[in-house]
Design a protein around this ligand. Structure first.
Ligand code: NAG
Ligand code: NAG
Ligand code: NAG
Length: 496
């Protein structure tokens, strides 16, 4: 055989190895089958819906990449019934998170002191010899997992906005609040505070909130810098919320992260089915990409932006034919979009799940259980515009996220060079392995971050006041694989 013949064979071997490697790294692609009438990319029936984690288990951890994975825990999840739905501290896997956020503490509406909302769960109580001490137990993780930061969140939807407005609007109230927050954080060894005021200048707040919120954050930052504490905040994704409530450029300069709550874009309140968290949508309809573009355009640096991923879905009830004067039954005579039920009229209340028992809400653990146990009753779809799945069973309709949509969103996070992912919330992941591997979604987040590691990911400018907080890790697994692959290919090449 001629020299050039051998060279071609060597070349093919090398290419083969490279292709094999790429195939390994990408063993997670999407197979969706179009419906017969399926010119509409938002109506594609999925025949093979992947509900469990697929990838390299060892690389599905925060040490394998350079992004943050901020894990909120809704601590009341411990009370869910029946027990399969109850989330306890032992279900937390600290290697899947860089930050844990304890949700929530509250604000006293007369003294403006930050206080525990569930003292029995949060603290040790002298009376009755009780208390489950979760404040302390969350922070205890750090002894064994030194990469982990634990923050305490204040606020949340149920706390409302009015008392936060009253606190932020008055210098004396702010000082009382800031000192009380510092005391609580230091007493239990938290690494910082996450502000979840939903939302400044909204829901009973005042028009001054926008300015006063910045002043509050300035004063907190000033105080926290003396103790090396982190300061982050959860922000609303709606452009109207952001315009009304936040001086974004200034806030981004003061906060370590902005946790952008990229979910609840649509729900039963729309009286129309729609996606909870679409990655893309026509301009003005609301989507993650639209929110992110807005935040970046307002001067938020990409390395301050952490994108929220919902580990839950939104539920809807599509009325029977005639009920809203709308002909929307699931009859087979209708076209594909009507049968799929996307963007169709719906009741103003959704349905509940067996564990979370909240109208219009289903945890991913409830969704995957339903799809495993009653799979035949549901038709599942993949919207190739929004890059999220949805499913229908008669009048019941659900928008949700699965490993496939999580991978799409993580890819977007890395392409945009954002800081990382935030999860609301890890207590509705498949933490009891009901549908496959434990914590399938959170594992998918980490593995997808590993797969998308890009050169320069670790070059992050430090924040004012304190350096960036991130897990220390050497060369990533991907870099090591690439180097090993090249060495192996070279050796083979010269051996031939
Ligand atoms: C599900 O996973 C299998 C095996 O990894 C893969 O072949 C298939 O393409 C996946 N399907 C979807 C819808 O992602
Ligand atoms: C504070 O909250 C309590 C309990 O929700 C309520 O009864 C009371 O009216 C509130 N006080 C003020 C000053 O808003
Ligand atoms: C299907 O029905 C919907 C709603 O009536 C309509 O908007 C859409 O144009 C129809 N699509 C096709 C392909 O006929």
């Amino acid at each position: 055989m001629t020299m050039s013949g051998w060279t071609s064979i060597h070349f093919l071997v090398v290419v083969g190895f490279v292709l094999l490697f790429l195939k390994e790294a990408n063993s997670v692609s999407n197979t969706v089958s179009s419906m017969d009438e399926g010119e509409d990319p938002s109506v594609r029936e999925v025949t093979n819906l992947n509900l469990t984690f697929r990838g390299d288990y060892q690389r599905a951890r925060v040490q394998a990449h350079k992004k943050v994975v901020v894990c909120y825990v809704a601590t009341w999840a411990t009370y869910r019934k029946p027990d399969e739905g109850a989330f306890d501290i032992d279900h937390i896997e600290p290697n899947l998170c860089t930050h844990l956020i304890y949700s929530f503490a509250g604000l006293d509406n007369t003294t403006f002191i930050m206080k525990p909302l569930d003292p029995w769960l949060d603290q040790k109580l002298q009376e009755n010899g009780g208390g489950r001490e979760w404040f302390k137990r969350f922070n205890d993780f750090k002894a064994k997992y030194p990469h982990l930061k634990v923050l305490l969140a204040i606020g949340g939807w149920n706390e409302g906005s009015k008392k936060y407005s009253q606190m932020a609007g008055n210098s004396q109230n702010r000082q009382v609040f800031i000192q009380s927050a510092l005391d609580l954080i230091q007493r239990y060894g938290f690494d910082g505070l996450d502000l979840d005021w939903e939302f400044p200048a909204d829901r009973g707040g005042s028009m001054d909130d926008k300015r006063q919120f910045t002043i509050l954050v300035q004063e907190l930052r000033h105080k926290f810098d003396k103790y090396g504490l982190m300061l982050t905040s959860a922000f609303g994704p709606a452009l109207s919320t952001a315009t009304k409530g936040y001086e974004l450029r200034e806030l981004a300069g003061l906060l370590d992260h902005i946790h952008l709550m990229c979910y609840d874009y649509h729900g039963a309140w729309d009286r129309k089915t729609g996606h909870n968290a679409p990655l893309y949508a026509p301009k003005g309809d609301g989507s993650i990409a639209e929110s992110v573009d807005y935040y970046l355009a307002q001067g938020v640096p990409p390395h301050k932006l952490v994108i929220g991923l919902p580990f839950y879905g939104r539920t809807f009830i599509i009325p029977d034919e005639g009920q809203l004067g709308d002909a929307l039954s699931s009859s087979t005579g209708r076209n594909a979009s009507v049968r799929a039920g996307l963007f169709q009229g719906a009741m103003d209340k959704g349905f509940q799940g067996p564990y979370t028992k909240e109208d219009g809400f289903l945890g991913y653990n409830e969704i995957c259980r339903e799809l495993t146990a009653s799979r035949g009753d549901w038709t599942t779809y993949w919207d190739d515009v929004a890059k999220v799945p949805y499913m229908r069973n008669g009048n019941k309709w659900v928008s949700f996220d699965n490993p496939d949509s999580i991978r799409e969103k993580v890819k977007y996070i890395t392409q945009k060079k954002l800081r990382g992912a935030m999860i609301w919330s890890i207590d509705t992941d498949d933490f009891r392995s009901t549908c496959g591997i434990k914590n399938a979604l959170l594992r998918t987040v980490n593995f997808a971050l590993y797969q998308n590691v890009m050169p320069g990911d670790d070059v992050i400018p430090s924040t004012p006041g304190r350096g960036p907080l991130r897990p220390t890790a050497g060369a990533s697994g991907l870099q090591i694989s690439v180097v090993l692959g090249l060495i192996a290919a070279t050796v083979l090449y010269f051996l031939g």
